[in-house]
Design a protein around this ligand. Structure first.
Ligand code: SF4
Length: 315
């Protein structure tokens, strides 16, 4: 099976997302190549062609303009009824668009005017979350789903292969200030692993530090960027047992929790399911989502997931 093609336009979907219901994706990134501050081993778009935390002016012509994005979203809000969320995602890290704040503010206004019931979400890889303008703009969103795969710099370097300027300490510090934070983590095994030994312990220890309201845990599914990436096996994830009530049943089954955090329910964020999905149902939906979902900083399009409340979760 081949890697997935990049999104070719500004809007895509809607995707039937387990997390967000019917989610209309927005791609603020180039359509011909992936521009991201990570180059994750498991990325289903393959290798990152432009890896940067600060795209220079030379990339601007390849990015959609503010006017073009707002026009596309306004038209969708006026003419379509097939989505519940608008989600910033796409061919890389959406916050890298130099006009990200203006775009989010503009879409926020349009949403309020035209369809106030529609919610706004982002899938981000968290590398810019410490920046004041990103912190400020995330407050306009209804759901911030932020990647955290590693709790130590070595695992971050091996698994996410970040741009040189990206720092784990900036990520951890920034995530602490995201309202209603939802962490998304991809667990992998193989030559680079975040489910074994110190790497796993460091990731577990980082979660209470950032105080998420929810943690979404994914295993990988092919196709991914690097063939050596392996799904975690049951025994390699056994140390997650200290996480109370997590029904860690098996490596290839959906794992979930009956802990939809209250704050998210109040915000209208979809509740998590309370039991494992039927295997076939899960496979069909995951494959369908994988083929249609933009990846962004959050590694969407990956395999089975675990949704759980987090230790130290914020009220
Ligand atoms: S998985 Fe997401 S964050 Fe990682 S390289 Fe792909 S687009 Fe970037």
């Amino acid at each position: 099976m081949a890697l997935l093609p990049l999104q070719t336009g500004i809007l895509y979907g809607p995707v039937n997302s387990r997390r967000l219901g019917r989610s209309l994706g927005i791609n603020l990134l180039p359509s011909r190549y992936k521009l991201c501050s990570f180059d994750c081993l498991y990325c289903h778009y393959g290798r990152t062609q432009v890896k940067t935390l600060s795209p220079g002016k030379k990339y601007l012509p390849d990015l959609p303009s503010v006017a073009a994005v707002l026009q596309a979203v306004e038209e969708a809000l006026r003419t379509r009824r097939d989505f519940d969320y608008i989600t910033f995602s796409g061919n890389g890290e959406p916050t890298l668009h130099p006009h990200f704040p203006e775009i989010v503010a503009g879409i926020n206004r349009l949403r309020d005017q035209l369809r106030p019931e529609v919610k706004l979400a982002i899938l981000s890889n968290s590398t810019t979350v410490h920046r004041p303008h990103v912190q400020e703009i995330l407050r306009l969103l209804d759901a911030s789903i932020m990647k955290l795969d590693a709790g130590d710099p070595r695992t971050l370097a091996g698994l996410n292969r970040p741009a040189a300027a990206a720092r784990l300490e900036h990520i951890i510090a920034g995530l602490q200030h995201v309202p209603g934070l939802v962490v998304q983590s991809v667990l992998v095994d193989g030559p680079v692993s975040n489910v074994q030994g110190q790497a796993f312990a460091a990731w577990l220890a980082a979660l209470p530090e950032v105080r998420p309201t929810q943690v979404q845990i994914y295993s990988t599914d092919r196709p991914v960027a690097e063939a050596a990436v392996q799904r975690p096996r049951c025994r390699s994830t056994a140390p997650i047992a200290p996480w109370p009530r997590l029904p860690w049943r098996g490596c290839h089954r959906l794992l979930c929790s009956a802990w939809p955090p209250r704050s998210n329910s109040e915000r209208g964020f979809p509740s998590t399911p309370t039991g494992p999905r039927d295997e076939e149902d899960r496979d069909e939906r995951d494959i369908a989502n994988r083929s249609r979902t933009g990846c962004s900083g959050a590694g969407t399009g990956l395999g089975q997931n675990v949704v759980s409340g987090a230790p130290g979760a914020r009220a």
